[in-house]
Design a protein around this ligand. Structure first.
Ligand code: SF4
Length: 377
């Protein structure tokens, strides 16, 4: 079934490491944007079945519950949302109150995903985040009190000045809050990120690469012990609490994206919406062409993506199915190169299933390079 992605590009302030499609919150702009979103969803709707809706951003929790309700309602009118559809809203801890979360719950949201990033205030300040660790704890409490039984927390590791033990403190704090799902990301600094300048000015440094590896392995080990299972390189969940929507990205699924800069993949065709907020609103208003860069993926690109995304999953990728679907015997073609990674303990291959080991997940880019581009043809 389809997934529906709704992009909300507004934030209260811009974090010093952020490279997403977002801008500063402006009430009047937000109101016009929500109207454009409703229109875009209505125009695209054809009654097809969908089983996930994901409000991503930006900071979707800056919307009012009544706005979220109208977007969900429009999705229901325009598509056929199956019973039990997973409806996720990304939220920043400082933007929610108990009352607002009750409103989101009543609007139909079933899952909250909080951008916590760290449970240490000094790290949050370095990242220019607006919330404190206590604010994040309180936000999780509000979510539970409002009746959410599916709450995810994001943490970032390998932060400036962060030691392995400080990182593990955050992991322990996360476990102490008992979320249903967690995502652990490595901080990635794009070339012009303001945080780079601050790091140089303040002489903040990153821990050595070996420590980054320890952060990942020891953090994941703690989560294993606490009863979470890792189902993707960066994601762990309690039983039955994997992100249904995000799994579509990793399992050859199909989704439609709405809003500025949103991506879609359907019937082997990929497109992206205009990324400027005003441009997007004006184009929807004029009934112009919102998607740009629409193109059919070649079979090779589809196969490459299936391998890349499949290898991100802890369950790995079924080369038997791939051979059946794409007519390519990946094992026979790349056996020699893959064997090197098998020998290093970074990959396993059993009953046609190719999987990264946890150590292999740390070096996934190296392994995935085997399948890049023309090599697959
Ligand atoms: S809140 Fe999220 S989307 Fe907004 S600026 Fe910070 S990192 Fe970027």
């Amino acid at each position: 079934m389809l997934g529906l992605y709704i992009h909300i590009p507004f934030c209260s302030s811009i974090c010093n490491y952020c490279n997403f499609n977002r801008g500063l919150y402006d009430e009047e702009l937000k109101t016009r944007y929500v109207q454009a979103l409703l229109e875009e969803i209505r125009l695209a709707g054809n009654g097809e079945s969908a089983d996930s809706v994901f409000f991503g951003g930006g900071t979707p929790s800056l919307l009012e519950p009544v706005e979220v309700a109208s977007i969900i309602e429009t999705c229901r009118e325009s598509f056929s949302l199956s019973p039990g559809t997973e409806i996720t809203l990304e939220a920043n801890p400082e933007t929610v109150s108990f009352e607002k979360l009750v409103g989101f719950k009543l609007s139909g949201v079933t899952r909250l995903s909080y951008g916590v990033q760290s449970f240490r205030d000094d790290e949050l300040v370095r990242l220019s985040r607006l919330h404190s660790a206590n604010c994040a704890r309180e936000a999780v409490g509000f979510a539970r009190a409002a009746g959410f039984n599916n709450v995810s927390l994001d943490l970032m590791m390998w932060l400036p000045q962060q030691s392995v033990s400080q990182w593990l403190e955050s992991v322990d704090s996360l476990i102490g809050l008992d979320p249903d799902h967690a995502s652990l990301y490595l901080l990635e600094l794009y070339p012009g990120a303001p945080l780079r300048g601050e790091m140089a000015q303040q002489r903040w440094s990153l821990a050595p690469d070996d420590d980054a590896a320890d952060m990942y392995l020891e953090g994941m080990a703690k989560l294993d012990t606490a009863g979470y299972h890792q189902y993707e390189i960066s994601n762990v969940a309690k039983p039955d609490r994997e992100s249904r929507h995000n799994l579509k990205y990793w399992t050859d699924g199909e989704w439609l994206g709405f809003g500025c800069g949103a991506h879609s993949t359907r019937d082997g065709v990929r497109w992206m919406n205009r990324s400027g907020t005003e441009d997007y609103i004006n184009t929807v208003k004029k009934r112009g062409l919102v998607p740009i860069n629409r193109r059919k993926l070649t079979k090779e690109e589809q196969l490459e993506e299936t391998l890349f995304t499949g290898l991100r999953l802890a369950s790995g990728v079924d080369l038997g199915k791939i051979s059946h679907h794409y007519g390519v015997n990946v094992w026979a073609k790349f056996r020699n190169e893959l064997q090197v990674f098998l020998d290093r303990g970074l990959l396993s291959y059993d009953q046609e299933c190719l999987k990264l080991t946890r150590h292999g997940m740390l070096l996934s880019h190296e392994v995935m390079r085997v399948f890049v581009g023309s090599r697959i043809r």
